[in-house]
Design a protein around this ligand. Sequence first.
Ligand code: SF4
Length: 326
Amino acid sequence: MSRKKWLMFDRPVTRAEEWKHITPYGYGWPGIKKGRWCTGQLKTHLINKAVSQLRKEYRILHYVGIAADEPERIKGEQYPLHDWGITESQALQICYDRGFDWGGLYEIYHRCSCWCCPFQRIDELRKLRHHHPQLWAKLLDMDDRALAQFGHNALGRFKDHWTVAELEERFAAEDREISLFDNDKKKGVDSMNVLVVEPGMAPYEKEINGLEEMQAVVGGLITALYPFEEKEALVANDEAINMGLEFNRSVEGGYGGICGPFFVCGLGEEDFCSLPPDRMEHYKQKYHHAEILIGARGNEPVTIKVEPRRPPGQEPPKRPPKTPGR
Ligand code: SF4
């Protein structure tokens, strides 16, 4: 961690022209626009250096632990897990069977990599805040320092859409939402335009007023999920599995799939709010196709996308009956 911090904040660097105006120290957060300097500097470079050193004296076979379900990561080394057909979840089970439980980390996180990685999914960061508050506090410190040193740009912002401080606000707001639901105080919510997604059907817009209408849309008690990078929520039926509701759509962010109807709405400071028109269109396209569940790979549903039925009121007009021929 300290080496990563030194590289991130203190290492003297020669910047590309577009970043010349920024302090000549530190790489900043790794990101799509600047590349994953950390993967090279802290992982592959060190491993390759050690392997090259050993090659001078020994015949070296370099084994890499890429599993059978990650074939796209196979390059030019030796991949025993892949060769033996062992998937990620099977590899984890083998560890458990031999008494290695990784301190329970895989019970919490979808993947365990650097805790401060900006490429983590939002859901993993939410878990970091909840289960490892000390690391989350360190991440907030790094966020402060990065913004002060580099500013609000690709070097200083943790993610394109989020600083860690903004995520802190979001997660705190989500906690407040959850406690509001718990106390059933949400009846006074203002009307809002949301996108409703029902199993088998094309999504459609709807105006919703208050908790009872939200519950009517999802067919029971509501739960709010936050799988998206943007400040938007997915509100679904909290008891969908127990109620045996039909599979609806696959959803990112580690949630796997959603059963039963759900709606997507915006997320204000304290409450749900309308989706802006461009985001409404975005989600209409995203969830346009209906999905049929045919299996699962770990927590991820395997589905076939099919043409959706039209929502109520948008069915094609019925053809007039044919006039009998003469
Ligand atoms: S997990 Fe993230 S922070 Fe860690 S080396 Fe990989 S890209 Fe960098």
